[in-house]
Ligand binder design. Structure first.
Ligand code: UFG
Length: 329
């Protein structure tokens, strides 16, 4: 299959590109490199630098490259930034999706896998979250992802563009050879921040709040290895190819770990006694997010291989140790 991956130079996008190639697909990447890294794109993929906001470019790539299916990652992703700059998120994420779907409709490409988020749920009424749980996002980032899913639903009924939205919970880890991994600037995510602090020995790691309604007072999240997440995208493509049925799937491990438990695991894995400061809450963080991924496991046949938290952190640690300055070295 010939697959266009938008945002294929990003963290999850680049791991999915690798999986698609291993699965025998021809891959074309479109990325504007605002947050992605050219070095993260597997050399076997054809690379276009550009934005999904450029409908003509997307249409040209779809037709010229004879694309069969699209996996859409290209979007802004920081919860905190979305609260401060909502229009940036609505413009890039929602308009990006509309442009992509317009180009797909025109080019007669009818298969889409979309990188959605657990942020679509907001504050859970009940855990674990299933795909039927209410969706009430509490930040513009989650709201844009939900709007993008809704747009997909109506373009399915109007134009027959079949799509799968994958709602990720928390993602960590790196490729098994540590050649690609997580490198955001600025880094805001928990696992890389703990490990970068361990690597630098700067004592700058802060936990955001210990007064949440959780057993140890710190937020609880559900972690998935990025390699397992990448596999789910390939399974989603196969599913759409066979079943032509639009769906939404949660991708998580069904195990919640508090921020303090993640820190403890990182101390164990690195052998470094990582100092930390207990800081105030970060706006927009729900107490706990834990996924019920039974649907993905049953319907897609998704079986995460790396579901031990120490293994996930060890994989992220290997990338930090080999890339202490990210892709810059
Ligand atoms: N945290 C810290 N210190 C840090 C960084 C994070 O204490 O330096 C805390 C956060 O406050 C939160 C937890 O670690 O309690 C996880 O935060 P991340 O920023 O790593 O991840 P989020 O849970 O905010 O968001 C991630 C993805 C979203 C997705 C969400 C769904 O970035 O896209 O998971 O669970 F929507």
């Amino acid at each position: 299959m010939r697959v266009l991956v938008t945002g294929g130079a990003g963290y999850i996008g680049s791991h999915t590109v690798l999986k698609l190639i291993e699965d025998g697909n021809e891959v074309v990447v479109l990325d504007n490199l605002v947050t992605g890294h050219k070095e993260a794109v597997n050399p076997q993929a054809k690379f276009y630098e550009g934005s999904v906001l450029d409908t003509n470019l997307v249409y040209d790539i779809l037709t010229k490259e004879k694309i069969d299916a699209v996996i859409h990652f290209a979007a802004y992703l920081l919860v905190g930034e979305s609260v401060e700059q909502p229009l940036k998120y609505y413009h890039n994420n929602v308009t990006g999706m509309i442009n992509l779907l317009e180009a797909m409709q025109k080019a007669n490409v009818k298969t889409l896998v979309f990188s959605s988020s657990a942020a679509t749920y907001g504050v859970p009424e009940k855990l674990p979250l299933t795909e039927k749980s209410p969706t009430n996002p509490i930040n513009p980032y989650g709201e844009t992802k939900l709007m993008m899913e809704k747009i997909m639903r109506w373009t399915d009924s109007a134009y027959g563009i079949k799509s799968i939205a994958l709602r990720y919970f928390n993602v960590a880890g790196a490729s098994l050879d540590a050649s690609i991994g997580e490198d955001h600037a600025p880094e805001t995510h928990l696992v890389p921040n703990i490990l970068l602090s361990a690597e630098k020995g700067d004592g700058k790691f802060t936990i955001f709040g210990d007064d949440y309604n959780t057993p140890d007072g710190t937020n609880v999240r559900d972690y998935v290895h990025v390699v397992d997440l990448a596999s789910a995208h390939v399974l989603a493509l196969h599913y759409l190819g066979k079943n032509r049925q639009s769906e939404i799937f949660n991708l998580g491990s069904a195990h919640g770990f508090s921020n303090l438990e993640i820190l403890k695991s990182a101390i164990k894995v690195t052998g470094i006694d990582i100092p930390y400061t207990m800081g105030p809450r970060r706006p927009g963080d729900p107490d706990s997010l834990v996924a019920d991924s039974t649907k993905a496991r049953t319907i897609l046949g998704w079986k995460p291989k790396y579901d031990n938290i120490d293994d996930i952190i060890a994989s992220a640690w290997k990338f930090v140790q080999t890339h202490p300055h990210g892709y810059q070295n």
